[in-house]
Design a protein. Sequence first.
Length: 147
Amino acid sequence: MKYFEQEDILYLAISDESENSSIELSPNITAEYNAKGEIIGIEILNASDFIRDSIADLEAFCRERGIAEWYSKIPGLLESHFPNLEGIEFSLQEDDESEDVFVEVLFSVAGDPEEINDYYDRFLETWVEEVPAEVRAYFQLLLDIVE
């Protein structure tokens, strides 16, 4: 990830390959592809506004649904269950079929997959015990195992 402060551009590099083509995903967001048609990077113009707006939208969604308290507790819950937690990403998502909106929580954990699955089982027990079902319905948890 590279941030060009003067231009307010955030570049997320997936590969160092040369760009062959690009597609504008939305205003100010462009996906770049190599000659094989594989994505190699994402460029975000006006990045500070984009990130600020994304966070504000996410926080407003959580406040409006009464789940802000749980949104703020999730990082601590994950950190207490996964010793090799590498990162947590929150984003608002919409189900294409039902049009339900929810908070996607993608968290990355390094280590042995079998050991991580044990941590995940214990985490889910805590999640179900501590977080009310009506709150859990607004969250989708995605685990990314990094070996």
